[in-house]
Design a protein around this ligand. Structure first.
Ligand code: BGC
Length: 704
């Protein structure tokens, strides 16, 4: 039931492993033989090659299999969240927020399937992914690790990713066991800071946060990781209500439940609901934890044993968890093949074939938000000034969990992928491109030089955004982009040359002071290793953008209202601004072609609760080039006993149309799509009027 971080058994200090890494025999034996540690996670702080991974895990398994009484293999786990991001030369995909922006579940499934392949190719069978947290607070530094703010979108993308990882055959040498995280209610900390209190009434927990987990559990997810935060004053790691009553008894989850990092200890040291580490362990085990990500000492094993010996925890409770852990090891095929050597051919690891999927996903995830007078795409004859601190780094394309936890050293390890600057040079020729950094994240560096270079250019590509970060390292007090970046942008605008702003960022940093005056805006989030190429393809028209925002892009620092707002969150009362006034809306995203929606037709205007309702709409590409369009279906419940939302996403469908081509897009609504969690915390479907909205068209039906 103990999971340790790799450093514990490496030479060197914990969190400062000696490099190149080497297993330290005394601690290896202590962990595996003396303590019977069941699981190891993490990297030595830098990425390893496939061969190094296989050798490392192989040696751990040798010890477990040959030198322990029962020969039970160890379960190795890793965060392979956008590709196997801790293996040298792996295929690195866009982050989850980009995957959501693509609105293309098939591509997301393909990306996850490649990730599973390359994770197994690295000898690792267990992946701490996908993140199924619905992010309802744009300050939260883990927004980019999620599929965004909408529960339906998270649900669909989560299922696609899970299928790509597991495909219901996790003993297959090309598949991994997934770990859904972080159960439950992690995505809406009250103050936006990571791992801080959330106040979420049960009704909202069930309606907005639970559905993606529930669906993924039904679809056979192997394991689940717990939310490090607290909900309504109860740390989730100590919540029997959530971990046992809900997860086990109600949802019937049979898989393994692992804590997040150090979270049992935090019940004592941070949350202070336990007066000792031992009491913390008792609480967590009683709540329903199977495995403790301790992560760096043996206290969990020692204290748990004491608790059992004293009779505070029963042996049968331990057996329950141990059975689940053994069952996962068995399902992953570790008893037959613990990973002493590769069992399959992994020739496609890090290949161009895999990179093509990463490129397509990156292209489809980039969101064009403004295109003044159709300035974009740019001509390949244009002379371009590329500027801004994020333009010439691989790390800014990838974000956190890239080569290292914080992703800040990606450029040391990834040498063969183009930055945005390089990709633009590759596209239009080095002679046509000037580069001036202009500004760091928060300080202007080469203003004069940038102004001079602008004079000699036809167009400015200004690449701003965020540094890389993960978890609490990304906490901020202010959603605004730092002043230096905004001021630099204003100077670039003042040169009179057209400016295309490219945003590489993990959350919607505010750009309101420049949004009006800047000509073009592209939000790239973290498009991954192929992101430089993908952006250049879009800027110069080799690809037509098709990404849409999976979040609301706020205009004001305190105007943080999600798209599925309530009717009372209206934009103005008698001309005075009240609430919902975003810069860009959920679902916004332009194309270089135009799409016209017509003939929104429902199969009936009265629907019973046993019926299904068919919806069709005609979509035509009225521009002059091929393009992809995500057709979004929103529904509004006009009146309900719990205040209804202005609209909720109930379906989407991404289509591709040639210039002039048209097609009929179909959706189906069932009673479940019209339900909400009522006053008794149970799903309810109430009769009444509903409005269906697709692409600017709307029509109504009545549920009887
Ligand atoms: C994160 C998890 C991650 C775990 C293991 C934690 O700090 O919250 O998302 O899976 O570390 O690396």
């Amino acid at each position: 039931m103990t999971q340790l971080t790799l450093d514990v058994i490496l030479e060197g200090e914990i969190y400062h492993a000696k490099l190149p890494h080497r297993l330290e025999q005394v601690s290896l034996k202590k962990a595996i033989i003396e303590y019977g540690v069941g699981s190891i996670l993490n990297t030595p702080g830098i990425p390893l090659t496939r061969t190094e991974w296989i050798e490392l895990i192989g040696t751990i398994q040798q010890t477990a299999i040959k030198e322990t009484r029962l020969g039970i293999p160890v379960l190795y786990g890793i965060d392979a969240i956008h590709g196997v991001n801790y293996t040298v030369d792996a295929t690195l995909f866009p982050q989850q927020i980009n995957m959501a922006a693509s609105f293309n579940p098939d591509l997301v499934k393909a990306a996850a399937s490649i990730t599973a392949y390359e994770t197994r190719a690295s000898g690792i069978p267990w992946n701490f992914s996908p993140v199924l947290d619905v992010c309802r607070h744009p300050l939260w530094p883990r927004l980019w690790e999620t599929f965004g703010e909408d529960v339906y979108l998270v649900n669909e993308m989560g299922l696609a990713m899970l299928e790509g990882f597991q495909d219901n055959q996790i003993d297959n040498p090309y598949k991994v066991g997934a770990c859904l995280k972080h159960f439950l209610g992690y995505g809406m900390p009250l103050n936006g800071k990571d791992r801080t209190p959330a106040w979420i009434p049960e009704r909202f927990l069930r309606e907005y946060f639970l559905p993606p987990f529930e669906a993924a559990i039904k679809a056979g997810a192997a394991s689940i990781m717990i939310n490090s935060g607290e909900i309504n004053g109860i740390p989730v790691h100590a919540s029997k209500q959530i971990l046992t009553d809900l997860l086990r008894d109600e949802l019937g989850f049979k898989g393994l439940v692992v804590t997040d990092w150090e979270d049992i200890k935090y019940l004592h040291s941070r949350h202070r609901i336990a007066s000792s580490d031992k009491e913390a362990i008792r609480l967590a085990i009683e709540a329903g934890i199977d495995m403790s990500m301790v992560p760096d000492d043996f206290t969990f094993s020692d204290l748990l044993l004491e608790l059992i010996e004293e009779g505070s925890i029963s042996e049968s409770r331990i057996n329950e968890s141990v059975k689940r852990i053994l069952a996962l090891k068995q399902k992953l095929g570790l008893f037959e093949n613990p990973g002493l050597s590769p069992t399959a051919d992994y020739q496609l690891f890090g290949s161009e074939t895999h990179a093509k999927f990463a490129l397509q996903l990156a292209q489809e995830s980039i969101v064009l938000l403004k295109n003044k007078n159709q300035q974009l795409p740019l001509s390949k004859d244009a002379k371009v000034l590329v500027t801004g601190f994020a333009a010439n780094n691989i790390k800014h394309l990838n974000g956190g969990w890239t080569e290292t936890w914080q992703g800040d050293r990606a450029d040391e390890f990834i040498k063969n992928k183009p930055t945005l600057l390089q990709a633009i040079k590759d596209k239009i020729g080095t002679e046509q491109v000037h580069f001036v950094e202009g500004t760091t994240f928060d300080e202007m560096t080469s203003l004069r030089e940038a102004i001079n270079a602008a004079k000699d250019s036809d167009h400015i590509v200004l690449c701003l955004g965020e540094n890389t970060y993960c978890e609490f390292h990304g906490n901020i007090d202010d959603l605004n982009l730092p002043d230096a970046q905004i001021e630099f942008a204003k100077v670039m605008i003042a040169t009179g040359k057209p400016v295309t702003l490219v945003l590489l960022q993990g959350r919607p940093r505010l750009i309101t002071p420049i949004a009006e005056d800047i000509d073009n805006i592209i939000c790239g989030f973290y498009p991954g290793n192929e992101g430089g190429r993908a952006l250049a393809d879009i800027i110069f028209g080799d690809q037509n953008p098709s990404g849409k925002l999976p979040i609301t892009y706020p205009k004001h620092a305190h105007g943080l209202v999600t798209y599925d707002r309530k009717n009372s969150e209206i934009s103005s009362i008698q001309g005075s601004k009240i609430c919902y006034d975003p810069l860009f809306e959920f679902g916004d995203g332009l194309s270089y072609t135009t799409f016209e929606y017509s003939n929104l037709i429902l199969s009936k205007t009265k629907m019973t609760k046993k019926d299904t309702l068919d919806i069709i709409v005609n979509v035509k590409n009225t521009g002059d080039r091929i393009g992809k369009e995500t057709v979004l279906l929103f529904v509004r419940d006009e009146y309900a006993s719990i205040t209804p939302s202005v609209k909720r996403l109930r379906g989407f469908n991404k289509i591709e149309l040639e210039a002039g081509e048209q097609t009929m897009v179909r959706f189906q609504l069932k009673k479940e799509d019209l339900s909400f969690v009522g006053i008794e915390n149970e799903w309810l479907c109430e009769a009444g009027d509903f409005t269906v909205m697709v692409g600017g068209l709307s029509t109504m039906f009545e549920l009887v």
